[in-house]
Ligand binder design. Sequence first.
Ligand SMILES: *[C@@H]1O[C@H](CO)[C@@H](O)[C@H](O)[C@H]1NC(C)=O
Ligand SMILES: *[C@@H]1O[C@H](CO)[C@@H](O)[C@H](O)[C@H]1NC(C)=O
Length: 218
Amino acid sequence: MNSYFILALFFYSVLIQLSSQKAVDASDPTDGFISLPLNSSNFDIQRPYNVPVGHRYSFIHGIHRLWVFSTDKPHSLTSKTSARTEIRIRGYDYSSGVWQFEGYGYVPKGTSGVCIMQLFGASQHATTLMMRVYNGSLSYYRAPILVPHIYNRWFRLNVIHDIGAKKVKVFIDGILKFETDDRGGPSHYFKCGVYAQNDDSYYMESRWKGIKVLKKRD
Ligand SMILES: *[C@@H]1O[C@H](CO)[C@@H](O)[C@H](O)[C@H]1NC(C)=O
Ligand SMILES: *[C@@H]1O[C@H](CO)[C@@H](O)[C@H](O)[C@H]1NC(C)=O
C-alpha cells in the first residue's frame, strides 16, 4: 500500500513537471503586454526626398514593402544621412515604461549592408538598437549575428525595451536571441524598412506585416 502511494506520488510529480514545462514552452514575448491601436496615421513613410512615395513603398494585402537604392538621396533636403525608406512609427514616442515592437519581416536575397529595424533615441548615439543584415545574416549592429541565414523567409521579430531596467531584448520567432543594456536617452520610437549602412548593396528591400506596438501592463 505504502509503495503504491509513493509510486502514485512519483507519477503525480512527473505530471506536474511536464505541465509546467509545457507552460514555459507556451510563453510568448507579448505575454503581459497590451497591443496599442495603430492606423495609417501612425505609419510615417520616410523615403528619398526627390521621389514619390509609391516609387519606394507599397502596401498590398497587408504587406508593407520598402526598398531603396544606395545612390538614392536622403529623406530630406537638409539630412546628411544615407539613403533610406523606413516606416517611422508616430504617436508612440516613449520615455518610460516597458515597450515592445512586433513585426513579421522578410529580406530578399541580395539585400546587404542595411538596417532593417531600429529603436531610435540614445544618449551618446542616435539609436538604442539596430537590426542589420550583412551577407544574409541578421545581426545587432555589426555583431553579434543573431540569425545566420535570414534571406527569403518570413521571421517574427519582437524587440522589448525596458527603460527602468535599462535593458533591450530581441526575440526571433518567439525565442530570446539577445539581451543587452540600453544606451540611455530621453525619448525613443520604432522604425522598420531599409536604411543603408556600410558596404551596402545597390538594391535594398525589406517587407513587413503584422506590425504592433505594445506596452507592458502597469
Ligand atoms: C487614427 O486614429 C486616431 C486616434 O485613434 C484618429 O484621430 C485618426 O483620425 C485615425 N486616422 C485614420 C486615418 O484612421
Ligand atoms: C560580405 O561579403 C563581402 C563580399 O564577399 C565582403 O567583402 C564583406 O566583408 C562581407 N561583409 C560582412 C559584414 O561579412
